[in-house]
Write a protein of this length. Structure first.
Length: 71
């Protein structure tokens, strides 16, 4: 998840703490608004929200959900 946080911070011109809050807010909204199977996939991709190894693959997981292949 750190990769996403850094990307948001750079692109939005904000610090890492602000970017982390933004990313977490978006993820929580996605989990509450998506059907359960997709919400579970987000949770799995994040490794329970810990931002561990699963979080590093989050961009690929999200792109896969929406049919994207690359960045």
């Amino acid at each position: 998840m750190d990769e996403i946080i850094n990307m948001v911070a750079q692109r939005a011109g904000i610090n890492a703490d602000q970017a982390r809050t933004a990313v977490q807010t978006v993820i929580e909204q996605l989990k509450t608004r998506l059907p359960e199977p997709l919400a579970s996939q987000i949770e799995s991709a994040l490794g329970g929200g810990a931002g561990g190894a699963g979080g590093q693959n989050l961009m690929g997981e999200v792109e896969g959900l929406f049919g994207g292949g690359g960045r």
